[in-house]
Design a protein around this ligand. Structure first.
Ligand code: UTP
Length: 317
């Protein structure tokens, strides 16, 4: 599939436009990854030889989104540099076509725009800064520390679902019921039958932040992808600080839902990489390295030897 072929610009059933812009909120302090993230944004941590953020922009581009707004904060402007042109480097790489292509690819993925969230007052607050770029059109939000396997895409179905409903579209993944305390968990009911050709679609009836297994209404956890209607900005303005004193995107979406905006979600059963903390990041690096055509065979062999021999002196033996 070519990068821009997955997005006919309107939903066949409604003629409503599909979202064509993405917002990546990446202004957070990344406390779970300190001290690495004191000076390096977590979005720039490398997974093999590409920063996490590049995988995310590639995910947007693959879904036909060619306009990406990065919400950045203090010490994070290097994220934008990654997508900038480097004529000096390109000149040096003239005799190294593979590296040259890899460098040029970062420049050609999408048009990258940026704005700053001056204070880290929450995800909802960060998304609010996208209003002047996005206007009243629907748009996708991709959190900057999570991405999905390119061969198992999620965004195209979410964009289609949003164009059909005109409402809020989320994505969920199933978690072990004992683990609900780590996630936002949804309560759901079956979706309208005319939406089910898009994928495993559910209608959202509520959301609870980090419930205990006893309180959890399901084991469906919120994944870091949203497709939102332009009216979310007004809802964010009307949303008071919530959990942790932050302006929560979940609260703004819940406000819209209680006022009658439909909220649906796709249940994603593909592979999701969560790089927001050290364990998930390590798992991501190992999985992607093991699958790489150029490195995979050698890396898997080394990993097997390591697990069978060198690692046997670890803490569990
Ligand atoms: P997280 O809750 O993961 O926060 O934010 P964080 O700062 O990235 O990481 P921890 O929890 O301290 O380790 C979810 C997403 O929202 C963005 C983050 O950059 C991340 O992509 N965010 C969060 C903002 O852009 N601004 C904020 O004020 C808060």
């Amino acid at each position: 599939m070519s990068e821009h072929s997955a997005n006919p610009s309107t939903a066949a059933a409604t003629g409503r436009p599909r979202a064509v812009k993405a917002v990546i909120p990446a202004a957070g302090l990344a406390t779970r990854f300190l001290p690495a993230t004191k000076a390096v944004p977590k979005e720039l941590l490398p997974v093999v030889d590409r920063p996490v953020l590049q995988y995310i922009v590639e995910e947007a581009a693959q879904a036909g989104i060619g306009d990406v707004l990065l919400i950045t904060g203090r010490g994070k402007t290097s994220m934008v540099d990654h997508f900038d042109r480097r004529p000096d480097l390109e000149e040096r790489l003239a005799q190294k076509p593979d590296l040259l292509a890899a460098v040029k690819r970062t420049e050609e993925l999408a048009a990258i725009y940026t704005c700053r969230q001056p204070e880290q007052l929450g995800l909802g607050h960060a998304v609010g800064y996208a209003e002047s770029h996005v206007g009243d059109q629907p748009f996708a939000v991709l959190l900057g520390d999570e991405f999905v396997k390119p061969s198992e895409p999620l965004l195209p179905a979410m964009l289609e679902l949003q164009a059909r409903t005109g409402g809020v579209v989320l994505a969920f993944f199933e978690v072990d019921p004992a683990e609900t305390k780590r996630y936002g968990i949804a309560s759901v009911e079956p979706a309208e039958s005319e939406l089910t050709d898009i994928g495993e679609v559910v209608k959202v009836t509520g959301m609870v932040e980090k419930p205990t297994p006893e309180e959890a209404p399901s084991n469906l956890a919120v994944l870091g992808r949203y497709v939102l209607p332009g009216k979310i900005f007004d809802a964010i303005r009307r949303t008071p600080p919530g959990s942790g004193g932050e302006i929560q995107l979940t609260d703004a979406m819940e406000l819209l839902r209680t006022e009658g905006t439909p909220v649906h979600a796709i249940v994603y059963r593909g592979t999701r990489y969560d790089t927001g903390m050290p364990l998930g990041y390590l798992q991501t690096v190992v999985q992607i390295a093991a699958e790489r055509e150029d490195l995979g065979t050698e890396f898997r062999k080394w990993l097997t030897d390591f697990v069978n021999t060198d690692a046997s002196g670890g803490p569990n033996t």
